[in-house]
Design a protein around this ligand. Structure first.
Ligand SMILES: NC(=O)C1=CN([C@@H]2O[C@H](COP(=O)(O)OP(=O)(O)OC[C@H]3O[C@@H](n4cnc5c(N)ncnc54)[C@H](O)[C@@H]3O)[C@@H](O)[C@H]2O)C=CC1
Ligand SMILES: O=C([O-])CC(=O)C(=O)O
Length: 329
């Protein structure tokens, strides 16, 4: 039986993450090796020509799963019939810009996109926001889409999760696939909290294996939390291929499920679990099954973790207050 192609909308398609992302979507890494896709690329008018160039290259790969590419500069058309939406395009922070300016500029992007998703996307739409500040941009888009179930709006912390896996593997001389149940809590920002207290390395508690709280506090957490800035410093541009890879991982896990005995990290609307105010889009440990996710419940949060989760959640609350004041939610 021939499957109906899944419509995948990618915003910011002509940007550097877009360039690293589209070829992997088209080759089956996002949804599965047997799932045909149609790409809907959304750009601002100035980005359309470059997106057309990328579309030519996609054609030239002759990917068997790629059943069509359309390019738009109108969000209503870009999200028409979308089953999956990757919101990558955002206004980057430029010199002299305050946090409030950045939130306002991105509100101008994510509010209309949320409305366009509300009015035009397929009923089963799943949204991943990558563009920064990702959690609060996801909140803005979600607030503009009252007819879409709130839990379909998610923000990307999988890059932080993957970064933490590698740092922990390198410290302990283990392999990333031996590490399970690691968690990123909070905001995709320098306040995020990568938590290894419930993680396991080859079946042993990761915090016990590390047995070095100073390394945790002074090396591991800041290395993971400030990795984006370190990459900008080294590369002269923000992370792109690793961000695209994490977006692929996020959606693939959401659609196809977490492995037995493991979980992942996703920025999702809080239901009040772990003291995170309801409605904030915060990163949690989640298990995915049958295209849905659930927060892992019942974890014991120690003092070390509590302080750090609270600090990141406080920042999220402040961002929510700021966009509320700007009338964006
Ligand atoms: N959540 C995460 O872990 C990460 C998030 N990011 C964020 O992802 C975003 C994109 O990064 P890059 O691809 O490197 O940026 P980029 O500047 O190379 O590309 C952004 C693209 O978005 C387009 N764009 C801007 N406004 C748009 C709109 N309203 N509709 C459609 N397209 C629009 C631009 O024309 C441009 O082609 C940035 O906000 C960056 O900070 C980057 C790395 C990791
Ligand atoms: O830090 C940035 O601007 C890009 C980003 O989100 C990351 O690499 O985590």
């Amino acid at each position: 039986m021939t499957r109906t192609p899944v419509n995948v909308t990618v915003t910011g398609a002509a940007g550097q993450i877009g360039y690293a992302l589209l070829f992997r979507i088209a080759s089956g890494h996002l949804l599965g090796a047997d799932v045909p896709v149609k790409l809907r690329l959304l750009e601002i008018p100035q980005g359309v020509k470059a997106a057309e160039g990328t579309a030519m290259e996609l054609d030239d790969c002759a990917f068997p799963l790629l059943k069509g590419i359309d390019i738009f500069d109108d969000p209503n058309k870009g999200f028409e019939g979308a089953n999956v939406a990757l919101l990558v395009g955002a206004r980057p922070r430029t010199k002299g810009m305050e946090r409030g300016d950045l939130l306002a500029a991105n509100g101008g992007i994510f509010k209309p996109q949320g409305k366009a998703i509300n009015d035009n996307a397929a009923d089963d739409i799943k949204v991943l926001v990558v563009g920064n500040p990702a959690n609060t941009n996801a909140l803005i888009a979600q607030a503009a889409a009252p007819d879409v179930p709130a839990e379909r709006f998610t923000a990307m912390t999988r890059l932080d999760h993957n970064r933490a896996l590698t740092q922990l593997a390198q410290k302990t001389g283990s392999s990333v696939e031996d590490i399970k149940r690691l968690t990123i809590w909070g905001n995709h920002s320098a306040t995020q909290y990568p938590d290894i207290f419930h993680a396991e390395i080859a079946g042993k508690n990761a915090a016990d294996v590390v047995n070095d709280e100073a390394w945790l506090a002074d090396t591991f957490i800041p290395t993971v939390a400030k990795r984006g800035a370190a990459i900008i410093e080294a590369r002269g541009a923000s992370s792109a291929a690793s961000a695209a890879n994490a977006a692929i991982d996020h959606v693939h896990t959401w659609v196809n499920g977490t492995a037995a005995g493991d979980w992942t990290s996703m920025g999702i609307p809080s239901d009040g679990s772990y003291g995170v105010p309801e409605g904030l889009i915060s990163s949690f440990p989640v298990v995915c099954k049958d295209g849905r996710y659930e927060i892992v419940q019942g974890l014991d949060i120690n003092e070390f973790s509590r302080t750090r989760i609270d600090a990141s959640v406080k920042e999220l609350s402040e961002e929510r207050d700021a966009v509320r004041e700007l009338g964006l939610i």
